[in-house]
Design a protein around this ligand. Structure first.
Ligand code: MG
Length: 267
């Protein structure tokens, strides 16, 4: 990840908006599809078809693993069920009543990227799980309110953390949001908590002042239980909660506009 935060022109942001629109269409379609008995692979196939028909490229497919011992990501969506946090690999697994599934989708269109995620409840879920989904989404929206010129990057991180922790849940610290543009992952890193000065997360600039033209992919990952997560040693991708409690994930790509946030990954 480069150290420099790359500013985008209004024309470039307009292109990112088009990529983001496809992501939103795909996430809406997932919302209509999820039901008991549906496999995560079926969701992946449908999204891949939608992206390609729209003239886009699925960004996650063949994305190289952080650890080169593992194969590249094999699918167009990340499908993470229940205690899986992010980066779940679509499979023949059937969704069941009471499950939750986090779906993350990235699209490149005319060279520009869009990235967003939502968590869906399958059938009837418990009260606490319902609350988890509500709080994770509201923490994202609180963060987005801070995406305006003159605010600090730490205001964005802090907004997520406050909303989550005041509701008794915990934020995942090992995975973070990111700048986005011609590349899916650009500077800066956007943690969902305020780092202590000693943590020095590489590429996180808490004092960075937001400026018009920055584009941020903000993505709270929130656990019912403790914040620790592990990566599956067999597939090298699936991230799950160490205490096996459920986890939710909401994400938008958001531009800093002159008058405030512009959400790019909506219809
Ligand atoms: Mg992302």
């Amino acid at each position: 990840m480069g150290e420099r935060v790359i500013l985008k022109t209004p024309d470039q942001i307009a292109k990112m908006r088009e990529a983001g629109r496809i992501v939103a269409q795909a996430l809406d379609m997932i919302g209509r599809m999820v039901a008991p008995g549906v496999t995560t692979k079926a969701l992946d196939s449908a999204v891949e078809e939608l992206i390609i028909k729209a003239g886009g490229i699925p960004l996650f497919k063949e994305y190289p693993a952080a650890n080169p011992r593992y194969p590249a990501f094999p699918a167009s969506i990340c499908a993470s069920v229940n205690e899986q946090v992010v980066h779940g690999i679509p499979s023949e697994r059937e969704l069941r009543d009471g499950d939750i599934i986090s779906v993350d989708i990235g699209v490149k269109l005319d060279g520009w990227c869009g990235d967003a995620a939502r968590t869906y409840a399958i059938g009837t879920v418990g009260r606490k799980v319902k609350k988890l989904l509500e709080v994770t989404e509201s923490s994202l929206m609180r963060a987005i309110e801070n995406v305006r010129p003159g605010k600090k990057l730490r205001d964005v991180s802090s907004a997520v953390q406050k909303e989550v922790e005041s509701n008794g849940f915990s934020v995942v610290k090992q995975f973070v949001g990111h700048g986005i543009g011609l590349d899916m992952h650009e500077a800066p890193q956007i943690p969902n908590y305020v780092c202590s000065p000693r943590e020095r997360l590489d590429g996180y600039f808490p004092d960075l002042t937001l400026q018009t033209g920055m584009v941020l992919a903000i993505e709270p990952m929130v656990n019912i239980g403790r914040s620790e997560v592990l990566v599956d040693k067999k597939d090298g991708w699936t991230v799950y909660t160490k205490d096996r409690t459920m986890s939710a994930h909401f994400e938008h790509s958001v531009a800093v506009g002159p008058d405030g946030p512009v959400i790019l990954t909506e219809l």
